[in-house]
Design a protein around this ligand. Structure first.
Ligand SMILES: Nc1ncnc2c1ncn2[C@@H]1O[C@H](COP(=O)(O)OP(=O)(O)OP(=O)(O)O)[C@@H](O)[C@H]1O
Ligand SMILES: [Mg+2]
Length: 454
């Protein structure tokens, strides 16, 4: 069975906190405290796996609450973290959930999602392990389909053996991909079962169709397919026979329990914000918070793969908390998010860096987009300064929407060039301070206007 720890040795989750921060630095400007906190938490996942069993039981992950104004990088950090880690990771929005008993997704579904991801990960690992063997067996099957089994006659068998070798060579050289073969496709019959649950069976966490199909024999169908099309079908079938799904299930559950991370975004939106909810269609937010408590504390959740406890699942919550404060959360929930990190508002200097430095920086994006039309963009230093400064000022004079302001300002700045690019092939546009001021003049001079268009 795969051992995810081993995989992690060479893999990103084996990264040190310093390396994790360095990786996050490639995309997110500033916010050192938040990066540090998540890096430590991630590393602690791995440390915990290594301590003696006796103490390991006692060590629980320290859940994190990231607090900071809108558009400063909270969600972005989680997005990047998800790509860095080899731990099963789900990102959910607290606003998506409703109190148990109400119509909608209950909070336990996030744990079921985590388990699904975990099982997939472990299965992928296993597929990698058996890949070579599977490909060999697939080729065997294709050869069989091309050439009916040799009969008893020894002489003919020998010649057919040679033919098989030739076929195999041709197959490997990709020469026969368009040839048709007949293959047997095994299909699990998924009976159509109506489950009268408000959201299509999700609340039960058990897919009735899935469950019943286990009792029914698979149906076999003969189909004629091109070799190119048959290959992936056969591969899946062979892989299924090579992988022990029971091992995958157990390991998947273990990995979800021990290494799982749930990023709980928009937590502030379920805080009361001073106003108690009074009935109506809006489902009690406090109810959602109360439902979250046992998950963060450690509870057992039934999933279609089996039960998991959430005791060791790491929760990273985030929220802007502009309408409400962390202290508006019910006290028990506050207590279960012991590590607080604040993200800073972004300055004009930060904006300048965000425009140019990250791997996905807006300036890089526009340059790449227009390069496809043969148009070269050349951003002068003073232009970048001015864009950053204007975006910052707009945030002060209108709504502060953080770095999202840069997107709207850049789109407006690029409007003319973007529209005409196809007719300007081969040209180089130098974007300097003058051009920026000219393009953005109307909104700079008229903050009321900018309120509507930006
Ligand atoms: N510190 C940063 N460095 C680089 N880019 C950033 C930074 N902060 C925000 N951005 C950019 O702004 C966009 C919005 O940021 P993000 O989604 O992280 O906001 P948020 O803090 O989650 O806000 P909200 O509270 O509204 O959800 C991101 O897509 C990202 O490109
Ligand atoms: Mg966000």
């Amino acid at each position: 069975m795969t051992n995810l720890m081993e995989v992690q040795e060479e893999n990103p989750s084996g990264m040190t906190p310093r390396q994790i921060v360095a990786e996050l630095d490639k995309y997110i400007v500033g916010q050192a405290d938040a990066k540090r906190a998540v890096a430590i938490a991630l590393r602690n996942r791995m440390r915990q796996q290594r301590v003696d069993e006796e103490i390991r039981e006692e060590i629980k992950p320290k859940n994190i609450l990231m607090i900071g104004p809108t558009g400063v990088g909270k969600t972005e950090i989680s997005r990047r973290l998800a790509r860095l880690t080899t731990c099963p990771f789900v990102k959910v929005e607290a606003t998506k959930f409703t109190e148990v008993g109400y119509v909608g997704r209950d909070v336990e579904s996030m744990v079921r999602d985590l388990v699904d991801i975990s099982i997939d990960m472990v299965r992928e690992e296993e597929i990698l392990r058996v890949e070579e063997e599977a490909e060999r067996l697939v080729t065997d099957q294709i050869v069989d389909a091309l050439l009916p089994l040799p009969d008893e006659d020894a002489e003919r068998e020998e010649s057919s053996q040679r033919t098989r070798e030739k076929l195999r060579e041709k197959l490997e050289a990709g020469e026969l991909e368009e040839r048709y073969i007949e293959i047997t496709i095994e299909e699990q019959v998924v009976p159509h079962v109506e489950v009268f649950s408000q959201d299509g069976g999700d609340q039960m966490g058990i897919d009735m169709g899935d469950m019943l199909s286990g009792f029914l024999p698979p149906s076999r169908k003969k189909r004629r397919l091109r070799i190119r099309e048959a290959r992936p079908v056969l591969f899946d079938q062979v892989v299924d026979s090579l992988i022990n799904m029971e091992d995958v299930r157990q390991e998947g559950l273990r990995v979800a329990e021990d290494l799982g991370i749930i990023f709980l975004d928009e937590l502030d939106k379920v805080a009361a914000g001073g106003r108690e909810e009074t009935g109506g269609p809006g489902v009690s937010r406090q109810g959602v918070q109360r439902d979250l408590l046992p998950l963060l504390e450690g509870t057992t959740v039934r999933t279609r793969y089996g039960s998991v406890t959430t005791e060791n699942v790491l929760f990273i919550a985030a929220g802007a908390f502009n309408m409400s404060k962390p202290s508006d959360l019910i006290p028990e929930l506050q207590g279960r998010l012991p590590i607080r990190v604040e993200l800073d508002s972004l300055t004009a200097a930060d904006f300048r860096r965000i425009l140019a430095e990250p791997k996905d920086a807006l300036i890089r994006q526009y340059t790449a987009l227009l390069a496809t039309e043969g148009v070269t963009l050349q951003f002068e230093e003073d232009a970048v300064d001015t864009i950053a400064q204007l975006a910052y000022e707009l945030n002060q004079t209108t709504e502060n929407i953080g770095a999202r302001r840069l997107t709207t300002v850049m789109e407006r700045l690029m409007d003319e060039i973007s529209f005409d690019a196809d007719q300007r092939t081969g040209e180089t546009f130098v974007i300097d301070e003058g051009y920026v001021r000219e393009q953005l003049a109307d909104i700079v001079e008229n903050p009321d206007l900018s309120r509507y268009i930006l």
